[in-house]
Ligand binder design. Structure first.
Ligand code: 3PG
Length: 407
């Protein structure tokens, strides 16, 4: 059973949250107005259809809220990291998912090719209508936070709502440029994220254990530095661990890693709070085997953590009073290298059912727990990966700063 704060009845966080300082959409007068709403659409698509995700559930809740209040909703977001238009990364499947869950005929998809047409369409909207814009990142101007592009977006609507927590660490046009021009509100999900993550940000409960994996290393290193100060133990897995092995001078064979981040990793391996895997699963054309991190042949790649490393995480999480997990610790796309990640998902879920408080998050992590069907077992599931880590690590989120500055 979940409490209104987003925590379970066993680990309710209501008493510890500090109110955030951003205007909430709950206080906005949206009736009859065009509302430009930035949401998280960055979800996987398989066989042409989106895979169910907490990000989509959050979007549905936000749109329903605005519709019930007779707003005219213009939804915008991104998928992936395209270099120009790319049909595989269109937001069309997201629109189709939404259309299947809202009253017929209310949701429509709109490309962004002809701005004049777009303006005509938004002016023809009726109360309760929803327009879904094509992937904003098809335009380089989005990631450049281009002022002309931001103004074009802002001119489409009378109000702006940001409910895209997972992207709030990006200073892009739809996240920062638009609210700098027209102010705005935080959405329902953004508000819940800020309240729940505040507990972790304050690192108020101990022992505090962090598990970080995944491949998007650059957006996580800054948070890791912060965790090495605030947490009692920081476990790493996935491609991040490989980068640390390289920093230790170990042979990483054919493993995926980020060469540019090795210098930062070298600084961090000095910390006695950092815990690297003690055994790893290796893949080569001859098959799979488990070995010590240093014991790698040139044709082998690290694809998962081994049983001893999982046990070390289990021991630490069982004793933790607060924990954060972000990112798979192995290659989850392959059934033979996802055992470590699945084990971590279950260990963390079991601990969430006690008095400890835990947060899990990140696009790939959400995909893992959805696939395992255990998303309901966690205290709080954050839709953010890099954003979540940045925020709980004490960092500043540009999208929130923009709202603070221009409210
Ligand atoms: C995410 O999946 O974490 C968000 O969509 C942000 O994506 P990005 O790292 O490509 O900016």
């Amino acid at each position: 059973m979940h409490c209104a704060c987003g925590g379970t009845a066993r680990a309710c966080i209501c008493k510890t949250i500090e109110r955030h300082m951003y205007p909430s959409v709950k206080n906005a007068d949206v009736a009859g107005r065009r509302v430009l709403c930035r949401v998280d659409m960055d979800v996987p698509v398989r066989d042409g259809a989106v895979v169910s995700s907490p990000r989509l559930q959050a979007m549905l809740e936000m749109v329903s809220f605005l519709q019930e209040r007779r707003a005219r909703v213009i939804l915008m977001g991104h998928r992936g990291r395209p270099n120009g238009p790319d049909a595989a990364l269109s937001t069309k499947p997201v629109c189709a998912w939404l259309a299947g869950r809202l009253p017929k005929g209310m949701v429509r998809f709109l490309p962004f090719d002809d701005y004049g047409v777009l303006v005509e369409e938004v002016h023809a909207m009726a109360n309760g209508d929803v327009l879904v814009l094509e992937n904003l990142r098809f335009h380089p101007a989005e990631e450049q936070n281009d002022s002309v592009f931001a103004k074009q977006l802002a001119d489409l609507a009378q109000l702006y709502v940001n409910d895209a927590f997972a992207t709030s660490h990006r200073a892009h046009a739809s996240m920062v440029g638009v609210p700098m021009l027209m102010g705005g509100y935080i959405g329902l999900h953004m508000e819940r994220e800020l309240e729940a993550l505040q507990v972790v940000r304050e690192a108020s409960r101990r022992p505090f254990v962090v598990i970080i994996g995944g491949a998007k290393i650059s957006s996580k290193l800054e948070a890791m530095e912060a965790f090495l100060q605030s947490a009692d133990r920081v476990f790493v897995g996935g491609a991040i661990a490989t980068t640390f092995f390289a920093a230790q001078g170990l042979n990483v064979g054919a493993s995926f890693m980020m060469k540019e981040e090795v210098t930062d990793a070298k600084r961090m391996i000095e910390s006695d709070r950092l815990q690297l895997p003690t055994d790893v699963v290796l893949k080569s054309r001859h098959g799979y085997r488990t070995a010590s991190p240093g014991d790698l042949r040139d044709n082998e790649e690290i694809v998962d953590i081994g049983v001893s490393s999982v046990r070390a995480i289990q021991d630490a999480v069982q004793k933790a009073d607060m924990f954060v997990w972000n990112g798979p610790v192995g290659v989850v796309e392959d059934a033979r290298s996802r055992a470590g990640t699945d084990a971590v998902a279950h260990i963390v879920a079991r601990r969430s059912r006690t008095k400890a408080f835990g947060v899990v998050g990140g696009g790939d992590t959400l995909d893992v727990i959805e696939t395992l069907g255990i998303a309901d077992l966690y205290d709080f599931v954050s839709t953010g990966g890099g954003a979540m880590l940045k925020y709980v690590g004490g960092g500043v989120l540009p999208a929130l700063e923009a709202l603070k500055k221009n409210t």
